[in-house]
Design a protein around this ligand. Structure first.
Ligand code: AP5
Length: 229
């Protein structure tokens, strides 16, 4: 009997702002014992600390623009170079453009890129209802994932806040930046045979079970067609 395939271990979740990448990456990476690397989370933490990186990134994030590639590449390269990343990783929010994707290939070649497919109208609902804990970063949604006590983090009781880039003006810029700079990566990874698309409508639990099946199916064979789950 042929043994089941080993799960994919070097994975990117690719999709527009608010598609649910961070929600799913946090949960699945925990389950699989992988590193969850969210460049957005790392940059927001740097802003909160007031480090040099945070000061350089703050204005770009608030406006909804991409932070310069060299800053982001340095943090990704450092994080993926640590021993725990050898078990596997899920990248969420990186790469964001072709320059980042090409650079990543040089130090951490991928096995699977999952395209999150969603009706654009749902994105605005997901972003406008999002609240986060400024202390531990846990992500909630007013309707889809409300905290047990309104306005307070389930983990540490901190008052929840709205991300500054979830204001409508910044959301508009982020969606445009996604269409212009990040969406071309779909063709790039399709041509490399690494892309699989997942419909991310439905509850977080439903989406998680589709993603689990995809990851369990193993690394994507180079040259195979993009499939939809
Ligand atoms: P980043 O933090 O990466 O933001 P993003 O890609 O725009 O993605 P989001 O965090 O908005 O959405 P998500 O898909 O993770 O959705 P979530 O799971 O939270 O980047 C922020 C900024 O940092 C960038 O604009 C840029 O300035 C900078 N940056 C980051 N990376 C960079 C890079 N590589 N290069 C340059 N600059 C970079 O879900 C959204 C909401 O929906 C939540 O409330 C959640 O609870 C809810 N939800 C999730 N799933 C479901 C579901 N199935 N049904 C209903 N609600 C759901």
């Amino acid at each position: 009997m042929t043994p089941p395939p080993a799960p994919a271990r070097r994975i990117v979740f690719l999709g527009p702002p608010g598609a649910g990448k961070g929600t799913q990456a946090a949960e699945l990476a925990r389950e699989l014992g992988f590193v969850h690397l969210s460049t957005g989370d790392l940059l927001r933490a740097a802003v909160a600390e007031g480090s040099d990186l945070g000061r350089a990134a703050d204005g770009h994030i608030r406006a909804g623009r991409l932070v310069p590639d060299e800053l982001v590449l340095a943090i990704v390269r450092e994080r993926l170079g640590r021993p725990d990343a050898r078990a596997g990783f899920i990248l969420d929010g990186f790469p964001r453009n072709l320059a980042q994707a090409r650079a990543l290939e040089g130090f951490a070649p991928l096995e699977l890129v999952v395209a999150f497919e969603i009706d654009p109208r749902q994105l605005v609902a997901r972003l406008s209802g999002r609240r986060i804990c400024p202390n531990c970063g846990t992500v909630y949604h007013l309707d889809a994932r409300p905290p047990r006590v309104a306005g307070r983090c389930d983990r540490d009781g901190t008052e929840l806040v709205q991300r500054p880039d979830d204001r409508p003006e910044a959301v508009e810029v982020r969606l445009r930046v996604y269409a212009e700079q990040t969406a071309p990566l779909l063709d790039y990874y399709r041509d490399l045979g690494l892309l699989r698309a997942v419909d991310v409508a439905g509850t977080p639990a439903e989406v998680a079970s589709r993603l689990r099946r995809l990851i369990a199916a193993g690394p994507t064979a180079a040259g195979s067609p993009a499939e939809r789950l």
